[in-house]
Design a protein around this ligand. Structure first.
Ligand SMILES: [Zn+2]
Length: 251
């Protein structure tokens, strides 16, 4: 009778450990799968920043473009005013009229000259601004390409990991079906809370929390009659030497 229970209990423990091995592996793979896409985050942040800067520069350039157009329009109006001042000068009948028209012509000439200087400056600024933006555009395009390459590589790795997860999970449900329901529930709760649920006891110490378990409990574990839990960390415990044979002595 006792032997029969022994076997049943050992079997349950082995199932639990097997399940834990699967779950640990799946958890590792899943963590890798989830962190992989975050690797491109710095690059994506850089790109967003550059895009923002470029957007600002483009807007400034557009504003300068508008300003240039206004200046050009004003130049046309001033040239028109110069023409009419000149014809006034030609038609002046008195010295007073002549002087006034002459002053107007000079004024118009001066403002046309100033406008032209301004326009030249603005045209140069627009040209160099355009060149800078063009260079930055190229840099951004390169970064974008790099990001796309990295993301494609990551996507492949993520897919590979998904396959590995599926492979690692093979037989998991069948295994769970073999474990007693209450223990399975305990296992799931502990795995969720503690990371893993089953811990060996080596030389009287729970390896899950490094607590020395009471000698009485250690004796109970040696009998292999019941599944027990660590009084401190709550994990399902077993004596390592009862389940796993000692490694063969070195020859
Ligand atoms: Zn413990």
């Amino acid at each position: 009778m006792k032997t029969c229970e022994d076997v049943a209990l050992k079997e349950q423990l082995l199932y639990l450990l097997e399940l834990q091995t699967i779950d640990t592996r799946v958890k590792e793979l899943d963590a890798a799968r989830r962190t992989l896409p975050t690797r491109t985050e710095p690059l994506r942040r850089d790109l967003a920043k550059l895009d923002g800067m470029l957007g600002g520069e483009r807007q400034k350039l557009a504003e300068t473009e508008t300003w240039k157009k206004q200046q050009a329009d004003m130049l046309v109006a001033e040239q028109e005013a110069l023409r009419s001042a000149k014809s006034k000068l030609q038609g002046s009948k008195t010295g007073k009229e002549y002087n006034a028209a002459s002053r107007e012509v000079d004024n118009k000439k001066k403002s046309i000259h100033d406008r032209e200087v301004e326009l030249k400056k603005v045209t140069e600024a627009l040209s160099s601004g355009g060149t800078v933006i063009g260079e930055r555009d190229d840099a951004v395009a390169q970064l974008r390409e790099q990001l796309a390459t990295e993301e494609a590589q990551i996507a492949i790795k993520v897919e590979e990991l998904a396959v590995q997860i599926a492979e690692a999970s093979t037989g998991r449900e069948a295994l769970r079906a073999k474990i007693d329901k209450p223990w399975l529930k305990t296992y799931d709760t502990l795995a969720g809370k503690r990371g893993y649920a089953v811990s060996p006891v080596i030389a009287g110490t729970c390896q899950g929390c490094q607590m020395r378990i009471p000698p009485q409990l250690n004796n109970i574990l040696a009998r292999m009659e019941s599944l027990e839990m660590c009084p401190r960390c709550g994990r399902i415990i077993y004596r390592k030497e009862m389940i796993e044979p000692a490694p063969p002595a070195a020859t």
